[in-house]
Design a protein around this ligand. Structure first.
Ligand code: AMP
Ligand code: TRP
Length: 330
């Protein structure tokens, strides 16, 4: 079975990215049998909006190092940078010719992001889901671990793959999203109705994996709650506390019921203090490894191997696609 996923190198990944996606990559690596796992840095995806060049370069390296720091093991998976495997954009173009503009305009993420961009919405923002489809179909991935917000992009990937297969004959494996129920949508610490995002202008709303430990703990201590005062998982009436319970449960592996029980009769202060320590400990672990990796030269070796492996698979696929469509000489 082949599994693939990627994350955009915009800013440093948040606790939301970690719980919703990255932690699952490690789980898959360690618990699935016979899995060929590819994880990449989706740098091409991040230039659909204006980016500072130096910042982008830095973020690419940071994300790659974080993949290793959270426990992805280059002996068990392949890590690479999307733009270093040119077949992603090659396949993307062919798929663009099999996808309709209306389909792209319906994407929630496009609607949200283009509303923010005003008059300067780039074409790449519209075609973004097609590049994502190419990332997945190029490798015949069976499963794609992502957070809830990527579900619609996975659905359109399936539509495009099925359409292509029907038209040109069986070419692509139809992928399935792999979204875990809990943790798939971690919310802002300041507004439990908004997802935690690394592009949130309010920095108190998110914690990044490289945040200063004390600051990160303070963000948990100061996270909004409610006036009910009971540690209870209740999405409707206590969304902020529910989000914190979710983070707690995902980082410790403790069940929601057991967490509710533990804090029965206690206020939010104690609960938040414990969670602050849990988050602090997790970040410390990640940052200690991260600092070792960034100093060593392992990253380049890992990314070279990953690129070569991905490229090897991708070339075979793109040849097949060109042949199916009727491009070129042979
Ligand atoms: P992105 O930062 O948009 O490249 O997202 C990378 C991965 O993290 C994707 O699988 C997203 O679905 C996931 N993700 C992003 N934000 C959150 C969040 N707040 N909660 C859970 N998963 C998230
Ligand atoms: N679009 C995804 C996001 O913003 C990142 C991504 C790009 C991705 N290509 C992918 C995820 C392929 C899974 C598979 O989160």
């Amino acid at each position: 079975m082949r599994i693939i996923s990627g994350i955009q190198p915009t800013n440093v990944p948040t606790l939301g990215n970690y719980i919703g996606a990255m932690k699952n990559f490690v789980k898959i690596q360690n618990e699935f049998e016979d899995v060929d796992l590819l994880v990449f840095v989706a740098d091409l995806h991040s230039i659909t909006v204006e980016r500072d060049r130096a910042e982008l370069k830095k973020n690419i390296k940071t994300l790659a190092a974080l993949y290793l720091a959270i426990g992805l093991d280059p002996a068990k998976c392949h890590l690479f940078i999307q733009s270093e495997v040119p077949e992603h954009t090659e396949l993307s173009y062919v798929l663009e010719c099999n996808a309709y503009i209306g389909e792209m305009e319906r994407m929630i993420q496009f609607k949200e992001k283009s509303a923010k961009e005003g008059a300067s919405v780039r074409t790449g923002l519209l075609t973004y889901p097609i590049l994502m489809a190419a990332d997945i179909l190029l490798y015949d991935a069976d499963k794609v671990p992502v957070g809830e917000d990527q579900k619609q992009h996975l659905e359109i990937t399936k539509v495009i793959a099925e359409r292509f297969n029907n038209k040109y004959g069986d070419t692509f494996t139809i992928p399935e999203p792999y979204i875990l129920k809990s943790g798939a949508r971690i919310m802002s610490l300041q507004d439990p109705l908004k997802k935690m995002s690394k592009s949130d202008p309010n920095q108190k709303g998110y914690i990044t994996l490289l945040d200063n430990i004390d600051e990160a703990k303070n963000k948990i201590r100061r996270a909004v709650t409610d006036s009910i005062g009971v540690v209870k998982y209740d999405q409707e009436n206590q969304p902020a506390v529910t989000n914190l319970i979710n983070i707690y449960s995902n980082l410790t592996g403790e069940s929601i019921e057991s967490i509710e029980k533990k804090y029965e009769g206690l206020g939010y202060k104690e609960f938040k203090e414990d969670l602050a320590n849990i988050v602090g400990d997790e970040l410390t672990k990640i940052q200690t490894k991260y600092n070792e990796i960034i100093k060593s030269d392992i990253l380049n070796k890992v990314l070279d191997e990953g690129r070569d492996y991905a490229h090897y698979l991708a070339v075979k696929k793109i040849r097949k696609v060109h042949k199916r469509v009727g491009l070129g000489r042979e």
